[in-house]
Design a protein around this ligand. Structure first.
Ligand code: NDP
Ligand code: MG
Length: 389
């Protein structure tokens, strides 16, 4: 039996992971499950999968979790330290599906104990790519991509030599507003930004898809994971979300990964890698689909993409600042205190302020430096919001 842990078990990726694991009860021994506020789901899955420990990120919810697990023999724990402790428990395969920079430390701990880290939490690579990849190397552990585009690239590279790779193309659905006139975007509401035309995902990544911040994070994720140069990474808008990514080789060939927009594909690939096993995802009927379309992203509509390339050119702790500023701008959009288009403006202003100020963004990418810059960027975002009021 393979020992597995799932961080962010109560979320969209976490639930899809549990769906796959629960289909093979004799195949997996579940060590830890983590969640946030959804104690009912966390306790339900911990009991169903007979986990050793269930952890909520919020200490004030520990009594609720204890009560929900009462009599099950499953250990209840809460808080940041409990999360990293749970990630340190030996496991063969660990799903990193917490949303946001909060996923970084549990991911590092999982790598330090030698686990294979299935990485949905793209924020870890954006904020601390060099640290995450070096930690994997130092502990002879492996990071496997779960983001659909990166799983697609990874699959396109099987048996290939990186030296023959000319370019990598990731596709973007364009999100909820791809066909909206630019003037209307400024008035986009939370409800409008929270529904995705093709993918069923958590609220935060759904809004990030509409603003293209998700693709911005994924461009940086591509550079950090595959070690390619920024100028080798292209983004193409592909409204059907069937082609997830393409790898372009030096002989002109493009290897495309085509599949239904169902995250169980990428999760399942990472779960069974290096094998390919049967998965409960829809089979595409190409004739019924008829045609697949592609168009260039409009950089005016999507300033987040331009920012991603600027962040990659600068390197250092710019990724950590970019991600944290984005997370905070998104918090403010969700809270109703910031407009849809103001999110990108705020992120750009935070980066400008931080690079002009005392913070040294070119320090080494250590956990302590990432935490400092993450904090400063969030603080700066809040200051900017106050100044606007
Ligand atoms: P969800 O919002 O659906 O789930 C997030 C999970 O993280 C939940 O378990 C949530 O707990 C938990 N959580 C929230 N805040 C914290 C915190 N501060 N500390 C610890 N745990 C926390 O997100 P998704 O599943 O959509 O996304 C998860 C990750 O996967 C993100 O990094 C996202 O970018 C990435 N991803 C997601 C895809 C998708 O299809 N959904 C596709 C590709 C990548 P609770 O709900 O109990 O409060
Ligand atoms: Mg993706």
């Amino acid at each position: 039996m393979r020992k597995v842990s799932i961080f962010g078990a109560t979320g969209s990726i976490g639930q899809n992971t549990i769906d796959l694991i629960a289909r093979d009860p004799d195949g997996y021994d579940v060590v830890a499950l983590s969640g946030g506020r959804n104690i009912v789901q966390l306790a339900h899955d911990a009991k169903r999968l007979n986990a050793d420990v269930a952890v909520t990120a919020y200490p004030e919810l520990l009594p609720d979790l204890r009560e929900a697990l009462d009599g099950s023999g499953i250990e209840a724990a809460a808080g940041k330290t409990a999360l990293t402790e749970a990630a340190s428990r030996p496991a063969d395969w660990v799903m990193s599906a917490i949303v946001g920079a909060a996923g970084l430390e549990p991911g590092l701990k999982a790598l330090e104990q030698g686990a294979t880290l299935a990485l949905a939490n793209k924020e870890s690579l954006v904020a601390a790519g060099p640290l995450l990849m070096a930690t994997a190397k130092a502990h002879n552990a492996r990071v496997l991509p779960v983001d659909s585009e990166h799983s697609a690239i990874f699959q396109g590279l099987v048996g290939e030599d990186m030296a023959a790779v000319e370019r990598i193309i990731i596709t973007a659905s364009g999100g909820a507003f791809r066909d909206w006139p630019l003037e209307k975007l400024a008035t986009a509401t939370l409800a409008e930004a929270s529904s995705h035309p093709n993918w069923d995902m958590g609220q935060r990544i759904t809004i990030d898809s509409a603003s293209m911040f998700n693709k911005a994070l994924e461009v940086i994720e591509t550079k950090e994971y595959f070690g390619v140069r920024p100028d080798q990474i292209e983004v193409v808008v592909h409204p059907e979300s069937m082609v997830h990514a393409l790898v372009g080789f030096n002989d002109g060939a493009l290897m495309a990964h085509v599949g239904a927009p169902d995250m169980r594909h990428a999760i399942g690939y990472a779960l069974h890698w290096p094998e390919r096993r049967e998965l409960p995802v829809a089979r595409l009927d190409l004739v019924a689909i008829g045609q697949l379309t592609f168009r260039a992203p409009d950089m005016q509509r999507y300033p987040a993409l331009r920012l991603a390339y600027e962040v990659m050119e600068k390197g250092g702790l710019y990724g950590a600042a970019f991600n944290a500023a984005k997370e905070r701008a998104l918090d403010h959009f969700i809270a109703g205190s910031l407009g849809f288009l103001d999110m990108a403006r705020m992120v750009e202003d935070v980066l400008d302020k931080l690079s002009a100020g005392a913070a040294d963004l070119m320090q080494p990418v250590t956990l302590a430096n990432v935490a400092t810059i993450d904090h400063l960027a969030r603080e700066q975002a809040d200051t900017l919001l106050k100044q606007r009021a």
